[in-house]
Design a protein around this ligand. Structure first.
Ligand code: PEP
Length: 259
């Protein structure tokens, strides 16, 4: 099966709503429909920016999907400070990141919590981008594959195979995030193949064939083409380089060209 590529920009806790409007308008000026033929692009602003970004994207028909960086596993109730997936869906959010390594490391999100969030995202008609990845210590100890298999198996077990086939999993080695040291294309391919294999073990061959596996960690316009040129790398999750329109559009074009 031909998997449609996905390029997702995770703005993290950067850009207030006015700065977010400015960035998405700039994306709109630079991105043509031709840039996104054959691939999907999503932007993941902070929650407080979502409504503003949604309005600009819809008014100006900018060819990007709206994404969120996280959500609650609950639809509603006494969960102070949480953001409901129902509310995200009402804002026309399409993609929701779950289990980013910063959430796992800084906010104690376990595989169980991530699994509950994946179910909530799917229950509300949105597409999860589930992040997995090993630390530098795990890589040095030779346990990277075990770590990935554990994270992927837990995530995939939360959903039925058809839902797994429609989701994305981002392989993001923790040591590559925000460091300027991306994985080599060969290492990214090896790990993304492990991810796909783990999906197949739990959810079957069709799910493994359909799931989009992204690479994330210090992606730039210069390294994108080679990364997405790998057979098991179906796109990229971008942090720092998604905060400026020229670099993000450069990544989109590189991902689109490398086929
Ligand atoms: C990320 O945080 O998901 C990420 C990939 O960040 P960066 O591109 O800045 O390494």
């Amino acid at each position: 099966m031909v998997r449609r590529r996905l390029v997702s920009g995770n703005w993290k806790m950067n850009l207030d709503h006015l700065q977010a409007i400015h960035l998405v308008q700039d994306l709109g000026l630079r991105l043509s429909d031709g840039d996104v033929v054959g691939l999907d692009v999503s932007v993941h602003p902070p929650f407080t920016d979502l409504r503003s970004v949604q309005s600009v994207v819809e008014e100006r028909r900018i060819p990007v999907f709206l994404g969120a960086q996280d959500c609650s596993s609950e639809d509603a109730g006494a969960y102070t400070g949480e953001v409901s997936p129902v509310m995200l869906a009402r804002l026309h959010v399409t993609y929701v990141i779950a289990g980013h390594s910063e959430r796992r490391r800084l906010f104690g999100e376990t595989d169980g919590v991530v699994a509950a969030k994946l179910r909530a995202i799917v229950r509300n008609g949105m597409t999860p981008i589930c992040c997995v990845g090993e630390t530098a210590e795990e890589r040095d100890a030779g346990t990277a594959r075990d770590r990935l298999v554990t994270q992927v198996s837990s995530a995939v077990s939360a959903l039925v195979p058809e839902q797994v086939a429609g989701m994305a999993i981002a392989y993001e080695p923790v040591w590559a995030i925000g460091t300027g040291s991306a994985a080599t294309p060969g290492d990214a391919q090896e790990a993304c193949a492990w991810v796909r294999e783990a999906v197949g073990e739990v959810a079957g061959a069709e799910a493994a064939d359909g799931v989009r596996v992204l690479y994330g960690g210090s992606v730039t316009p210069d390294n994108t083409a080679e990364l997405v040129g790998q057979p098991d790398v179906d796109g990229v999750l971008v942090g720092g380089a998604s905060l400026e329109a020229p670099s993000f559009v450069g990544i989109v074009r590189a991902a689109n060209g490398a086929r």
